[in-house]
Ligand binder design. Structure first.
Ligand code: 5GP
Ligand code: MN
Ligand code: MN
Length: 473
């Protein structure tokens, strides 16, 4: 890669400034549409800041890879800049196993089967957690789960399940929950503990520590060769119901106030309006659902590990964080509303926004790649403040599902997953055809994306993870 290349540019668009944190080549590959979308988003009144991460690509109303900031006092909230899967995020658990313990491909298959048995991936499937009250989860996030699911059984030595998360509970005006119709409640209740389809996944990975950050890795409890579990999922149909319910109200407010842009799919409302308040409150309920849902899946995965590898197998929470959300943060004297759509917060050491266990090091930022390539554990750099501590959230899609299916044959896909070899990345789907559209070729090169984030001094690499097995939605 060219050492002199630029990793940051400020683009002066008609509606305002867009900040892009990406290598020149990645920026040019983004295409013209991403700038058109930025210009639409910059037309929302009182916007303070907007940027793209190197994985930015076209989304509905707003690009995935956007950070957008308003003041709380005169701000706007935008369902389009949160994204449709509200609260979608990543979770990682550390195990006490080493990659050698899973060297036998048959054992990896057994483990995938044991996970599949507990975590249905189909959209209509029922989860295993029918004894949980949905209302409690929506209101209180992790704190709304019955005690037996928030054991420190994850954590034989120290409690990590409630402390090692970006947010274990969002508080909001709970009366708004009544707006969501009954059938949606039933559906969301059934879905607790399910993964959902698309690119959601539970992946078993082996970790290697980056020498440069070995000190931090040790403080986080990471070892070379350690087996870790990465979970990617969101708020299932609850977030969808929230979007559906709020969209007409937001549209009405926009037309009443004479607001709009060239893109009819870009929705927003003043924070201080009925529609803005309703959306913000219900969005928080979806963030609570999402974090609790990832937690429940981890609970089930831990059971699957114990069944497959013996009762001494353990899993502690490394971290859980979101990449589709908006929330109030303190970055200056004045409270700000930060929207992150497909971007990940990465706070550096010493930042007061870190949960207590990570105050000295900065918290882990979990960045997935694809099922056949690496994923990364990053930590924020102090210079990341200029982007409100947002970094990428993955490699980012490079081609549509259809285009991927046309480009990649099943054989090519099988060979990129090393199917049939001793080091096969074991998948839950027996019919590979159904997964070709999620193959590594559907995504940008994650190493290049991470390099851009590092060169722009937003964050640095603590560890790199290679996939051993994946349960795909
Ligand atoms: P999104 O949240 O935008 O739906 O996806 C997040 C990122 O997850 C994608 O940009 C891609 O880099 C990554 N990803 C998608 N599928 C997989 C997978 O099966 N395994 C891993 N490790 N990463 C994936
Ligand atoms: Mn999602
Ligand atoms: Mn996601």
């Amino acid at each position: 890669m060219n050492n002199n290349a630029n990793y940051y540019r400020r683009i002066d668009l008609p509606a305002g400034d867009l900040h892009v944190f990406a290598h020149d080549d990645l920026f040019h590959a983004m295409g013209a549409k991403v700038l058109e979308m930025a210009n639409n988003n910059l037309q929302i009144p009182n916007i303070r800041y907007m940027s793209y991460t190197p994985d930015a690509h076209v989304g509905v109303g707003t690009c995935i890879g956007t950070t957008a900031v308003w003041g709380m006092a005169d701000g706007f909230v935008s369902p389009s800049i949160v994204g449709s899967d509200i609260g979608c995020g990543m979770r990682m658990h550390l195990t006490n196993l080493q990659a050698e313990d899973l060297q036998d491909v048959k054992l990896r298959r057994k483990l995938v089967k044991a996970i599949e048995k507990r975590i249905p991936v189909e959209n209509h499937a029922r989860g295993y957690f029918s004894d949980i009250r949905l209302e409690n989860v929506l209101r209180k996030g992790l704190h709304g789960l019955p005690g037996k699911y928030v054991p420190d059984s994850y954590t034989p030595r120290k409690a990590t399940s409630l402390t090692h998360v970006e947010c274990s509970r969002f508080r909001f005006d709970e009366d708004e929950l009544d707006r969501i119709p009954e059938p949606m409640w039933h559906r969301s209740h059934r879905q607790l503990g399910t993964l959902g389809n698309g690119n959601h996944f539970i992946e078993i990975q082996a970790l290697s520590v980056n020498e440069e950050n070995r000190g931090i890795a040790e403080q986080w409890g990471l070892r070379d060769g350690q087996v870790v579990v990465m979970i990617h999922s969101g708020s299932r149909s609850w977030g969808g119901s929230v979007n559906q319910h709020c969209s007409s109200q937001v549209a009405k407010t926009m037309s009443k106030m004479g607001l709009g842009t060239a893109d009819p799919k870009l929705a927003y409302a003043p924070l201080d309006s009925e529609a803005g308040r309703a959306y913000t409150n219900l969005m928080y309920s979806a963030l609570n659902y999402a974090v609790a849902n990832r937690h429940l899946m981890a609970f089930a995965v831990r059971d699957a590990f114990k069944e497959t590898l013996g009762s001494q197998a353990e899993m502690s929470t490394l971290y859980d964080l979101m990449h589709n959300y908006a929330c109030e943060e303190a970055h200056s004297e004045e409270p700000l509303l930060i929207h992150r759509k497909g971007t990940t917060r990465a706070l550096p050491a010493g930042h007061a926004g870190n949960p207590a266990p990570y105050l000295d090091t900065g918290h882990p930022a979990l960045i997935p790649g694809s099922m056949g390539t690496a994923s990364y554990l990053m930590v924020g750099a102090p210079e990341g403040a200029r982007n409100y501590h947002s970094i990428c959230h993955g490699a980012g899609r490079i081609r549509s599902r259809n285009a991927t299916k046309q480009l990649v044959t099943v054989d090519e896909f099988a060979s990129s997953m090393r199917i049939g070899q001793e080091d096969e990345i074991v998948l839950n789907h027996r019919a590979l055809e159904s997964l070709v559209d999620e193959s590594p070729q559907a995504y940008k090169d994650v190493d290049q994306i991470i390099d851009s984030v590092v060169q722009a001094r937003l964050a640095s690499v603590v560890a790199k993870c290679r996939p051993l097995a994946a349960v795909k939605g």
